[in-house]
Write a protein that binds this ligand. Sequence first.
Ligand SMILES: *Cc1c(COP(=O)(O)O)cnc(C)c1O
Length: 360
Amino acid sequence: MSRVYNFSAGPSMLPLSVLKTAQAELLEYKGTGQSVMEMSHRSKEYEEIIETAEADLREIMNIPDNYDVFFTQGGGYTQFASVPLNLMNKNNKADYIITGQWAKKAFEEACKYGDARAAASSADKTFSYIPKTTREDFRKDADYVYICLNNTIYGTKYNTLPDTGDIPLVADISSCMLSEPLDVSKFGLLFGGAQKNVAPAGVVMVIARKDLLGNAMDITPTMLNYKIQADAKSLFNTPPCYNIYMAGLVFKWIKEQGGVEAVYKNNLKKANLLYDFLDNSKMFKGTVVKEDRSLMNVPFVTDSEELNKKFIAESQANGLVNLKGHRTVGGMRASIYNAMPYEGVEALVNFMEKFEKENG
Ligand SMILES: *Cc1c(COP(=O)(O)O)cnc(C)c1O
């Protein structure tokens, strides 16, 4: 077996030990004579899997009891519609901070359902920073303020949350979920697609303050109604059973690491290694202002398109794969999610050093 270091923005690496457990349990799950893939979602065995997954997620994220937690489908993108359908329910107004493609897409989707407004944006500098806001930037009667907490494409993240006063804050945490401690009580709602830090693509986790649910617009499709999904404990219809099982294994893996705090320490170590190299390199440079750098997605460039191409090809040949940057930024991007081992980042930095010597 020869596994590469996969720096893909998503779907991305899963912890090896999780894959091994899934492999060992693939044909027969714990003496049941069947695979989790074949199991009724109403069975006793599956009930335990999904309930444990939710309980473990609550534990590792320290989610307060006044929040509903459920697993749903449709990727992060479906949430761009679900959020306004469920939460733009008092004044039909919401304010969005545009920090990249994902926030922009969420904003555009919300415009279909009500009065969504872009309160701030960092589009002027290719989203290389997080715009500063104050309470005055938001409409007092907005039903919520929306942010994307970690911007997968541009490599920025919020280190300080916007002050929205009494207005509930909604955040897309698809690409930073469980990467560092997060105070859930500061948010009205959080959602995250699985394929970056949690599980194979196909499941989304929603964490919502209970008092905000139950007033969805009449046109809300039943499947997108948060209250219905939450009350049914993720079992309104057949859930993405196997993906939830995989998410559960990852939550257990996080507990084994020592929890989110321990995972965060490792993420800091990994990111610092790469950023320190970038800050001292003459050939490579990061594209994001220092104070807003993501721990998960690290875009970088050389000043030559030709060198970028050469680097991507040669790194790929050396078992460091998917380092090509997003088309709107160019250059390279290393996504170093929870499952990327420190050794993977070390291998990348060593390779960059060598490349710089040979081509500098
Ligand atoms: C990947 C990603 C999405 C989109 O997820 P899909 O599952 O492809 O719909 C949304 N938001 C962020 C921040 C992402 O990184």
